[in-house]
Design a protein around this ligand. Structure first.
Ligand code: NAD
Length: 489
């Protein structure tokens, strides 16, 4: 970390108010809420606690800015994104520190998130000038079918705490590129990164009212009136499947377009012919990125019986050797979980599995405070009846079971309501293709523990979501296709 950036300085320069119509301001009712440092359990600072009234003001600002923003030349929209990419990259150290302070992940991981998050702006700056229509001669020859793609209009973007910079940029990037205005409602645990991002976009030249930010401690009551307001045209949500279902139901009222990036329960499959060292490297990324608090985290490990012992020994070695501590300390690899509730949930899942017969190879016991630490944990012989095998863990726990029959393993891997990601390690091309085609997930990593890539479509099947973010299709979520029938004699 550059020695010119201190915690106090980065907190001091971050806005704490709502961003509405280009101005940071206090909540109308004057309320604030505390942002906590999960490594210490202490308060970092207070931010504005927006109300429904504030959110409707933000929608008013987004709605007022929509038509001029949609008419702004694509090249200008692209240049704003490009400048914001540059600024994010230049300010990696201070943004990374802010992410670590409010979310807990290590500085190295926060820096990687800044690079990943900024890349969405670079990618969508390149997409902004490539929004294409279509022109077809009617099959009967007598007319023309003309398609144009137009911005959908004001959007509500709701984002989670686990990736506080890149989840917003993955939505804001395509919305800006498409010509949509928006209201961002960041998670209450991590509002500061979103506010810093908003400041950077303003500096990059984003006009007033295009991006509005409403921080609040009561997300349901504050966003509900927006979802029932006809000026809002789109809801893009990343978070839990549970909240996603509520938002889809509310969106039915005005038949609001929705994109949903929801929870996961990813299987990590190691076949008998896999390169075990590579599989362990991949598992460390797929399991431990974000301290296991990732929708694409490997949630269940299926190891072929022939390689199970070697893989488990090597994974246990690596997991038990990780440095746990406050993310701001250089060298720390595993920070705290986001809050006491998350730490207690992880502990309860592990205890349940152990009661049902699972064996602890490393970890398995929450640290006592301060901070919400849980150690990297490996469990073997995890029965399919345990909660660990069915629920999204969101913590640094690797539950292992073994298989001998590929079809049985595939049935078990697919036996979940989630369908976000799966990982397969094998050196057999036929097997890789067979599994990739039969795993019911929106993304499959073959001999790769990391699938996130701004140039690729991210999203899930089944109850993991609707729509895709990133890649060449990511911008479609923010565009309407309009068909014009042209009569030609
Ligand atoms: P969460 O659903 O509790 O919260 C997500 C966001 O929704 C937050 O901003 C929160 O304030 C808001 N929210 C909560 N209740 C709401 C309501 N009633 N109305 C409107 N907004 C509401 O999820 P979380 O705990 O912040 O994040 C963890 C979840 O997010 C996990 O399930 C994870 O898998 C998922 N996630 C998915 C992806 C993906 O791309 N598929 C990415 C990251 C996280």
């Amino acid at each position: 970390m550059s020695n010119t950036i201190t915690e106090a300085a980065v907190l001091n320069k971050t806005e704490k108010g709502l961003l509405i119509g280009g101005r940071f301001r206090a909540a109308a009712a004057g309320r604030t809420f505390a942002v906590e440092n999960p490594a210490t359990g202490t308060t970092l600072c207070e931010v504005a606690d927006g109300s429904a009234e504030d959110a409707l003001d933000a929608l008013g600002a987004a709605s007022a800015a929509q038509s001029s923003w949609a008419a702004t030349p694509p090249r200008e929209r692209a240049e704003i994104l490009r400048r914001a990419y540059q600024l994010l990259t230049e300010r990696t150290e201070e943004i990374a520190l802010l992410i670590t302070l409010e979310m807990g992940k290590s500085l190295a991981e926060s820096r990687a998130e800044v690079a990943y998050g900024a890349e969405f702006f670079r990618w969508f700056s390149e997409e902004a000038v490539r929004i294409r229509g279509d022109w077809t001669v009617n099959p009967g020859g007598s007319g023309r079918i003309v398609l144009m793609r137009q911005p959908v209009g004001p959007c509500l973007l709701i984002t989670p705490w686990n990736v506080p910079l890149a989840m917003p940029t993955r939505k804001i990037g395509p919305a800006i590129a498409a010509g949509c205005t928006m209201i961002l409602k960041p998670a209450e645990q991590t509002p500061l990164t979103a506010l810093m991002l908003a400041g950077i976009l303003a500096e990059a030249g984003l006009p007033d009212g295009v991006l509005n930010v409403v921080t609040t401690s009561s997300p349901g009551p504050v966003t509900e009136p927006l979802i029932h307001d006809e000026r809002l045209r789109k809801l893009s949500f990343t978070g839990s499947t549970e909240v996603g279902r509520i938002l889809i139901a509310s969106s039915a009222d005005k038949v609001l377009r929705t994109s949903m990036e929801l929870g996961g329960n990813g299987p990590f499959i190691v076949c008998a012919d896999a390169d075990i060292d590579a599989a362990v490297d991949g598992a460390m990324i797929a399991k431990m990125r974000n301290i296991g608090q990732a929708c694409i985290a490997a949630n269940r490990f299926y190891l072929h019986a022939d390689v199970a012992e070697e893989f488990t020994d090597k994974l246990t070695d690596r997991m038990s050797g990780m440095a746990v501590g406050s993310g701001v300390d250089e060298g720390v690899e595993v920070g705290p979980l986001i809050d006491a509730g998350q730490r207690d949930k992880v502990a309860a899942l592990v205890d349940d599995a152990v009661r049902r017969g699972a064996h602890i190879r490393t970890g398995g016991k929450a640290a006592s405070g301060p901070g919400y630490f849980y150690p990297p944990t490996v469990l073997t012989d995890v029965p399919s009846s345990s909660r660990l095998a069915r629920e999204e863990i969101f913590g640094p726990v690797a539950p292992i079971s073994t298989f001998t029959d590929e079809q049985e393993m595939l049935r078990a891997a697919n036996d979940t309501e989630s369908g976000l990601v799966s990982y397969v390690y094998t050196r057999d091309l036929d097997r890789a293709i067979r599994l990739a085609e039969n795993l019911e997930t929106g993304m499959v990593g073959i001999n790769q523990g990391l699938v996130s890539n701004p140039a690729a479509p991210f999203g899930g099947m089944k109850q993991s979501g609707l729509g895709r973010e990133g890649g060449s299709v990511g911008i479609d979520e923010y565009l309407e296709v309009k068909y014009v029938a042209v009569g030609v004699a």
